[in-house]
Design a protein around this ligand. Structure first.
Ligand code: NAD
Ligand code: UDP
Ligand code: UDP
Length: 331
């Protein structure tokens, strides 16, 4: 019997799609680009866990094999070292497109994955970002807000790259009938997050563990809303399986200043942790908080894990990796 759906037919989605494999739903073959990264690897765990077949495409630019090594023996898991800037031929039902460090990849990689989706009739999900709102003049941000982005600024490569990726996604939908979904992801944290990519949560947590001062940029009064990774993964799957294109904000509306975040890290990891002020980066958004009413209503989704519960869940993973690094250096 045919275990996988035939790729040129539309796979079973919607109501049927939510039934677990084994009681009525066919196993799907799903591509996750960037699946060796932070969010991608958690998403892959969820999809493998529910019985689907997953192909990860990753060039290990920021991702790590360690994030998916526990799946290597699994016959439903496949890892391809490939740069999505180059075309690729596969037969799949769904594409979660997460691969992305900077603008050129967003555009070229997104184009290739949309071309793939068009050829095989797969459903395509773009992981866009809250950065499309730039330094927002509306607070909290609704999906209807068009944003305030400096097109020539230091951050614009990422912001405009994602905005272009959204444009391409909608063009393939309107022009070629590709089934698409767009998620606008707000700041997300959790185990397997990159240790050294400069995000505020990973910086503060690593600094507190290493007994270094936490580096607060600017006056520390700027705000962000931090989402735990399992909440995001649930939202991405609900979006992919649901009937709505989006864009949908996926984030936790709990809003914190960077100084408040430092307090939470201090309470969680080390009461004697200190802070050190550093100059802020250019065009840093002053505040950011998602309005998630649309996702609540149409996807029946909302985050469950507040910052004070989520932060402790990443500490062990960070401790272990920092310890390994130190041992590697012979410390
Ligand atoms: P990550 O860096 O951990 O994951 C990205 C993965 O893509 C990595 O494994 C990397 O090796 C891979 N990759 C990069 N360029 C590639 C290429 N050209 N070809 C193949 N693979 C490539 O980042 P993440 O935090 O897991 O983010 C995943 C997605 O979610 C990204 O699209 C990101 O823009 C989006 N996002 C994340 C956040 C967040 O807070 N983590 C917020 C907004 C949006
Ligand atoms: N593409 C791909 N895999 C596929 C189909 C297309 O990587 O299975 C790439 C293709 O090489 C092209 C991009 O996706 O660079 C856009 O494809 P599309 O067919 O939309 O555009 P065209 O090739 O007609 O310009
Ligand atoms: N930030 C900080 N200390 C750090 C890293 C970042 O105070 O060590 C600040 C940064 O200036 C920004 C906020 O934290 O105001 C969030 O930065 P991050 O890069 O994590 O996310 P993004 O700016 O993309 O929302």
């Amino acid at each position: 019997t045919q275990e996988f759906s035939v790729s040129n037919q539309n796979p079973i989605h919607g109501k049927m799609g939510r039934v677990p494999v084994g009681i009525g739903r066919r196993r799907m073959r799903i591509v996750v680009t960037g699946g060796a990264g932070f969010v991608g690897s958690h998403l892959v765990d969820k999809l493998i866990g529910r019985g689907d077949e997953v192909i990860v495409i990753d060039n290990f630019f920021t991702g790590r094999k360690e994030n998916v090594v526990h799946l290597f023996g699994n016959p439903r898991f496949e890892l391809i070292r490939h740069d999505v800037v180059e075309p690729i031929l596969l037969e799949v039902d769904q594409i979660y497109h997460l691969a992305c460090p900077a603008s050129p990849t967003n555009v070229m990689g997104t184009l290739n994955m949309l071309g793939l989706a068009k050829r095989v009739g797969a459903r395509f999900l773009l992981t866009s970002t809250s950065e499309v709102y730039g330094d927002p003049l509306q607070h909290p941000q609704k999906e209807t807000y068009w944003g305030n982005v400096n097109p020539i600024g230091e951050r614009s490569c990422y912001d405009e790259g994602k905005r272009t990726a959204e444009t391409l996604t909608m063009d393939y939908h309107r022009g070629d009938g590709v089934e698409v979904r767009i998620a606008r992801i707000f700041n997300t944290y959790g185990p397997r997050m990159c240790l050294d990519d400069g995000r505020v949560v990973s910086n503060f947590v690593a600094q507190a563990i290493r007994k270094q001062p936490m580096t607060v940029y600017g006056d520390g009064k700027q705000t962000r809303s931090f989402q735990y990774v399992s909440d995001l993964v649930d939202g991405l799957v609900a979006l992919m399986e649901g009937e709505h294109i989006g864009p949908f904000n996926l984030g936790n509306p709990g809003e914190f200043t960077m100084l408040e975040l430092a307090e939470v890290v201090k309470d969680t990891i080390d009461p004697s942790a200190t802070i050190e002020y550093k100059p802020n980066t250019a065009d840093d958004p002053h505040m950011r908080k998602p309005d998630i009413s649309k996702a609540k209503e149409l996807l029946n989704w909302e985050p469950k894990i507040p910052l004070r519960e989520g932060l402790p869940l990443m500490v062990n993973d960070f401790r272990n990796r920092i310890l390994n690094e130190d041992e590697g250096k012979g410390a």
